[in-house]
Design a binder for this molecule. Sequence first.
Ligand code: HEC
Ligand code: HEC
Length: 264
Amino acid sequence: MMRIRSLLAGGAMLLTASLLLARTHPFGNAELYQPTRPVPIMQSTNVPQSVRDTLQTKCADCHSMQTRMPAYGKLAPMSWLMERDILHARTAMNLSQWDSYSLDDQDAFKAKMLSEVKSGKMPLPQYRVIHWRSIITASDVEALASWANQNSSVSSAQPDLPADTLRGKDVFQRRCTGCHSLDENREGPRLRGVYGRVSGSVPDFSYSAALKKAQIHWNGDSLERWLTDPDAFVPGNDMEFHVAKPQERADLIRFLKDLGPVQP
Ligand code: HEC
Ligand code: HEC
């Protein structure tokens, strides 16, 4: 009898301590408990409904001012870990502020979201374990991919300006580095020296059978076709991305060319 009573007392003390500790915010206060006004995501942006649903149900808890708080979120140290993730996530990308991002930034975030989701890095694993409905389906990826491929800004059929390396570098940083780096393989193969090499030839990257078999010589023409519509050029390839603006393609190709071959 004594033992049960002291166990209960111990439990109650722990619970109280945990509730009290949750009022301190070692990683910063995400204002999860204050009755702040929840800000809906992408209020004045036209987003396909399927994409909006995915982002709302699977990403908005961390990436917006619309966090739904589970009951255990009121208990430390769970609350601290959640606050930390949410603050980091909102800093990286806040869907409640989407409309205030520039069109270029929106394009960059779209490409990043696609690559984070495809590579299974997002939503964070600790979140997927608890929110099993947040598991990403093939149709989520498909909807995100077709949205990410529509540029927010208008496009013309021909580049207006001569191709420019610096602009190309900028486009590369914004639109390609979600999946590629120059010197390391990521979701896509490393790209330094791609101009002039044969498709599918980075030895330690695992390409689609389609691209390996294609044996394309990467030059101005072939890169133009690839970046315009990879699926039309090499059906069955793994790059779910394209660049709709001719000017951006021209600048990118100039940048990739000017990088030169890989130094031994
Ligand atoms: C449990 C919280 C959580 C959920 C849910 C979540 N994220 Fe994140 N996300 C984070 C955190 C934390 C970071 C910052 C990570 C870092 O900086 O290392 C982040 C970063 C990102 C970034 C920026 C990456 C970069 O390199 O700048 C993107 C894009 C992203 N998340 C997309 C998504 C998408 C899309 C979803 C929904 C499918 C999602 N996230 C769901 C926590 C979350
Ligand atoms: C969503 C991820 C993703 C994005 C964004 C992306 N790529 Fe890729 N890329 C890939 C993947 C995956 C492959 C390998 C395709 C295959 O194996 O079929 C690839 C392959 C390539 C190749 C062929 C490389 C070789 O060794 O044959 C080139 C060139 C390329 N990408 C250029 C770009 C450029 C330039 C951008 C930016 C405009 C870009 N990619 C954006 C994922 C991506």
